[in-house]
Design a protein around this ligand. Sequence first.
Ligand SMILES: NC(=O)c1ccc[n+]([C@@H]2O[C@H](COP(=O)([O-])OP(=O)(O)OC[C@H]3O[C@@H](n4cnc5c(N)ncnc54)[C@H](O)[C@@H]3O)[C@@H](O)[C@H]2O)c1
Length: 290
Amino acid sequence: MRILVTGGAGLIGSHLVDKLMEKEKSEVIVADNYFTGSKDNLKKWIGHPRFELIRHDIIRPLFVEVDQIYHLACPASPIFYKYNSVKTIKTNVMGTLNMLGLAKRLRARILFTSTSEVYGDSLEHPQKETYWGNVNPIGVRSCYDEGKRMAETLMFDYHRQYGIEIRIARIFNTYGPRMNIDDGRVVSNFIAQAIRNEPLTVQLPGTQTRSFCYVLDLVDGLTQLMEGTDTGPINLGNPGEFTMNELAKAVQELINPEVQISEVENTPDDPRQRKPDITKAKERLGVPRT
Ligand SMILES: NC(=O)c1ccc[n+]([C@@H]2O[C@H](COP(=O)([O-])OP(=O)(O)OC[C@H]3O[C@@H](n4cnc5c(N)ncnc54)[C@H](O)[C@@H]3O)[C@@H](O)[C@H]2O)c1
């Protein structure tokens, strides 16, 4: 089995590569442009005979021979996906078209990592896969949210029109080792601030909620989805829900009880509530790891 992982130098991708490389016979190829990822995340595999790392931007076609494609390449943190919003759209739309073209040529199965952001500022809570979302199409986050929605559309059109085997995971906030300390995601942000003895900056109103999944659990969900029979979309995440005020207090208690908590203005279109309904994942992907 030869497997391509786009975005394999990032947080989720590098842990996925670790898991795929543990299977004795699988060969893994990573394609990444290192925009938010790092070779350091993969250093234990560099030079391994079953591993190959290619510096490649997926907005250009890629010609490799593989059996499966895990298509993750895309910045996940708002400060990076907003930094060059047109590039984010190209990554999601042209990048996904390129990967689907590859899957079509090779008759390879392709898994796409979509996001809970496709639900937007959700009017349904918790979010089920059947919910179509409440997304601002012209806002500053739209390059990511709408880019992912278009990529899902492309996945299903290639599936219906060409019979491509697709899998779609809708990932909710994920955290874990190898998160970039300055990438602006709330978990790493609070921890970095607590370590530096800087105030933990809670964006107003502080009552907005998120659910956080540990990266290894998420990776198990991705491989189970790939190996299963369901196309998805399937929500992958942890249904435990926290307000940002609660998260800041937890980090304060665990890391630095002296640190202050301060309130700052929020960014536009920040969703107020986020919690996955994971009934479908439980039914169709088997038991979570312990
Ligand atoms: N981490 C989360 O909480 C979360 C939540 C929802 C969805 N996701 C999705 O999961 C995937 C992985 O997220 P992550 O947290 O590991 O993010 P990450 O930023 O750590 O990793 C993304 C990787 O993609 C690479 N990349 C970006 N644009 C590229 C391009 N044009 N060509 C080639 N490589 C490119 C980056 O260099 C990086 O290695 C993304 O598709 C993201 O949208 C993540």
